[in-house]
Write a protein that binds this ligand. Structure first.
Ligand code: DX5
Ligand code: ZN
Length: 221
């Protein structure tokens, strides 16, 4: 199948040194910056917005930035993230009353679009909009926090999503987010994922490019 992408989640980075942390993770072999946006409304935590995305671009980050919106409403923040340099914008269908319209809005900015499925959310939301979706992201934890344990039922859901994507014939990435480690990434890949978010598994002490290289090399292997 196509190439695998490793996307460190900066939620677990040292926010006081964010530019350096992202530089180190990308120098360590990561492909994509996973950027978690939480609003203390749709999810019980508050993180970062377009200002920080723009700051990373100004800092010189060239890799794709995968903006994971855990916010409601969705639509009014989409344009700001596109202008701030987002590459992918994904959102939770429960957080937007008109999912098709939000997907069209994201595509109209030139960004790639994606739907995110919470552990209990069925894949049905994707069925009639697959032509407008570049990424399907399955949450393998409940959104809001890093460092939680992978929910095993997600493996069956990954197989279901992989079959849906392959049958559709569309070029859609299957991303997994939550509790990905060196110990479970192999079975997650075998279940069909091709884009792997890893927050706490990558951004831990020591916060050095050598340590990040060691982790990302093992994840990729
Ligand atoms: C959780 C976020 C994840 C989080 C993953 O709501 O969407 O991206 O950072 O963290 P780990 O890899 O530590 O589970
Ligand atoms: Zn995320």
């Amino acid at each position: 199948r196509k190439d695998f992408q490793i996307a460190p989640s900066i939620l677990s980075a040292d926010m006081a040194k964010l530019g350096e942390e992202v530089d180190n993770a990308m120098a360590a072999g990561a492909d994509v910056v996973h950027f978690d946006v939480m609003d203390n409304h749709y999810v019980p935590n508050l993180t970062i917005g377009p200002l920080v995305c723009k700051a990373l671009r100004n800092h010189g980050v060239k890799n794709d930035i995968d903006v994971h919106l855990m916010v409601s409403p969705v639509d009014r923040i989409v344009g700001d993230f596109a202008e701030a340099g987002a590459s992918y914008i994904t959102f939770h269908p429960e957080a937007s009353p008109h999912v098709d319209r939000t997907l069209q809005l994201i595509k109209s900015t030139g960004c790639k679009s994606g739907l995110v499925f919470n552990p209990a959310t069925p894949l049905d939301f994707a069925k009639y909009v697959l032509d407008k979706v570049d990424i399907i992201l399955l949450m393998s934890v409940n959104p809001g926090f890093g460092g939680q344990a992978f929910i095993p039922a997600t493996l069956d859901k990954l197989r279901e999503a992989r079959a849906m994507i392959d049958e559709s014939g569309f070029d859609i990435r299957l991303e997994i987010d939550g509790g990905v480690t060196q110990n479970n990434i192999k079975e997650i890949a075998e279940a069909g994922a091709d884009m792997f978010v890893a927050g706490s598994a990558v951004f831990k002490n020591p916060r050095t490019v050598e340590a990040y290289t060691d982790t990302i090399t093992k994840l990729r292997a």
